[in-house]
Design a protein around this ligand. Structure first.
Ligand code: SF4
Ligand code: SF4
Ligand code: SF4
Length: 229
């Protein structure tokens, strides 16, 4: 808890939330993929599938915090199972939300600049005032997590609670709401952040990396079922 507070009281990353612009240079990482190294901060999220109990508190908190209308969702928890024999049965829970890709295929196809990447935070967001609802970004997203918000009529998705919480120095709503601490959030560029510590010490995976998306949502694989890439 102390580390999370320090992360968000540091100021530089919090102050950067909300600024818009294009990203630039990249370097190679240990996985052989290119990573954007031009951002001031690089926010990332870890979902520990072993700690997840599928309670949906995260998606409820997301909906309330970000005013997500009924019928669409920025965050879903998908359930697989049961695995094993009664009474020793288990489920596997997988998070479905924007992966905050550094490759940002959604941004690359947007003709108006409505889909954009903030170079100071690494967060991919939507400027709803610039969105013309062409659906190009929805078609380009390999994770199928974008949707047209029926109220704003603009493309929508998870932005790590950029406007609703991050700019006030608060953790994303899902992270705060999770009763089992299955979610860890922080800056990959801070070597002392909790996300860096967890990623250094715990085997993890990311989804569809073969497409060059370079997701910033990491997953700690459940001991049950098979990894769904
Ligand atoms: S998951 Fe989809 S919407 Fe999110 S950054 Fe990647 S391509 Fe864009
Ligand atoms: S739907 Fe909106 S955000 Fe998506 S590509 Fe079209 S203009 Fe850009
Ligand atoms: S709140 Fe936490 S435990 Fe509950 S479904 Fe979400 S990630 Fe899993």
């Amino acid at each position: 808890m102390k580390k999370e507070r320090r992360l968000f009281l540091k100021g530089a990353c919090v102050a950067a939330v909300g600024a818009a612009g294009a990203s630039g240079l990249s370097i190679a990482n240990s996985g052989g993929q290119k990573e954007d190294n031009s951002t001031n901060c690089k926010y990332a999220l870890i979902h520990d599938e072993n700690k997840c109990i599928g309670c949906d508190a995260c998606s409820v908190a997301c909906r309330e915090t970000n005013n997500v209308p009924e019928g669409v969702s920025r965050l879903d928890i998908e359930r697989e199972g049961p695995f094993g024999e009664y009474p020793n049965q288990f489920y596997r829970f997988t998070r479905k939300s924007c992966q905050q890709c550094e490759g940002k295929p959604c941004v690359n196809v947007c003709p108006t600049g409505a889909a954009y990447h903030n170079p100071k935070t690494g967060i991919v967001s939507v400027d709803e005032w610039k969105c013309v609802g062409c659906l190009y970004c929805i078609a380009a997203c390999p994770y199928q997590i974008r949707f047209i918000n029926p109220v704003t009529k603009a493309a929508d998705k998870c932005d790590f609670c950029k406007e609703t919480r991050l700019k006030e120095g608060r953790l994303p709503a899902c992270v705060e709401a999770c009763p089992t601490k299955a979610l860890t959030f922080g800056d990959l560029k801070d070597p002392h952040s909790q996300v860096v510590e967890v990623l250094k010490t715990t085997p993890n995976y990311r989804s569809k990396t073969e497409l060059g998306t370079r997701p910033k949502v990491f997953r700690i694989a459940s001991q049950e079922g098979e990894i769904k890439l």
